[in-house]
Design a protein around this ligand. Structure first.
Ligand SMILES: *Cc1c(COP(=O)(O)O)cnc(C)c1O
Length: 343
């Protein structure tokens, strides 16, 4: 099986497993796990933030950011296909008691003028706007990079109205590597940031959230409340350190593989590419072949290839470090064979 469902499927490397084995550990709820503290310090330094905290998942990190920066009854401005709105089981409403105010983005990027217009004024009828969220890269927009200038424009609005900004940067290192913009510059536009160690960076478990010392201190309490206080978590942090030290620059390989895959698929009759491939996500449209996403995926599985449905006629492929260039070439061969029979 060639597994292109997500970059979350990457398995820890032998070095990561060894590092987990060798990790010096302590009780992190007491702040005594040296390996975890090292990961948090390195993360904060790489992002240019005062402090960082390890969390169990990207979803937990995003929700802790919401809980720490909002109070019940507020409203959060989010892109309408963002992970926070689309894929987190309405957690912001369940846990923080806030409601989402969705805006449609352009390739995932919020229009600053629309953000400004969506901010609620002083009115007895209105909820307060508590947070603005940006997702970079934007998953459902096909791994689109949100331009730094767009983030800067939204940051200005946040400052003007004293509304904090959260960056769901699950794949922010993909954005940084592909655009050549230092990840610190993206992080500098926002009050809080979350990124995933467990996606393209290859660690088995975990995400990081970062912000000011004060933000992280309050976030620690929310993490504990949610049952996310971990003990000898250095076992998990040791692979994460390898991710940050050794697996960031190589993301360019995943991006090259995604581009190669997209170019090759565009030449196959019945299939077309929906997104401009900037990072590691390829969205394939199956409509011209008169196949639903489910039908296409069932056939694909027979060929030993896994992907996920992303719409009635849309399928998502994600490249990652367990997929080699040879694997991509093999996918193209099998897809050509399959589509010749189906069209
Ligand atoms: C994967 C992802 C998350 C959530 O990460 P989990 O670790 O799966 O909870 C959040 N935001 C975006 C944009 C993602 O792609």
């Amino acid at each position: 099986m060639i597994d292109l469902r997500s970059d979350t499927v990457t398995k820890p490397t032998p070095e990561m497993r060894q590092a987990a084995f060798d990790a010096v550990v302590g009780d992190d709820v007491y702040g005594e796990d040296p390996t975890l503290l090292e990961l948090e310090e390195l993360s904060a330094n790489m992002l240019g933030k005062e402090a960082a905290m390890f969390v169990t998942s990207g979803t937990q990190g995003n929700q802790i950011a919401v809980l720490t920066q909002c109070v019940g009854g507020q409203e959060i401005i989010v892109e309408e296909e963002s992970h926070l709105f689309f894929y987190e089981g309405a957690a912001m409403s369940v846990f923080a008691g806030v409601q989402p105010r969705t805006l449609k983005g352009n390739r995932g990027a919020l229009n600053p003028a629309e953000v400004k217009a969506a901010i609620r004024g002083e009115d007895v009828h209105a909820p307060e706007t508590g947070l603005i969220c940006i997702e970079n890269t934007h998953n459902r927009a096909g791994g689109a990079i949100i331009p730094l200038e767009n983030m800067q424009a939204i940051a200005e609005i946040g400052k003007e109205y004293h509304i904090p900004i959260h960056l769901d940067g699950a794949r922010i290192f993909n954005a940084a590597v592909a655009s050549g913009v230092d990840v610190k510059k993206y992080a500098a536009q926002v009050d809080s940031v979350q990124f995933c160690l467990s996606k393209g960076l290859g660690a088995p478990v975990g995400s990081i959230i970062a912000g000011t010392n004060d933000f992280i201190q309050r976030a620690r309490k929310w993490r504990k409340r949610l049952g996310g206080g971990l003990r000898q978590a250095g076992i998990l942090a040791a692979p994460g350190l390898i991710s940050l030290r050794e697996k960031v620059d190589r993301l360019v390989e995943d991006h090259n593989h995604a581009k190669l895959l997209a170019q090759s698929i565009n030449e196959i009759k019945g299939l077309s590419i929906e997104n401009e491939v900037e990072t590691n996500i390829v969205l394939v449209n199956t409509e011209a072949a008169k196949l639903t996403a489910a039908e296409f995926l069932a056939q694909l599985k027979q060929e030993g290839i896994l992907a996920v449905p992303f719409g009635p006629n849309t399928v998502r492929f994600v490249t990652h470090f367990d997929v080699s260039r040879q694997n991509i070439e093999e996918v193209v061969v099998r897809l050509n064979r399959m589509m010749k029979i189906l069209t």
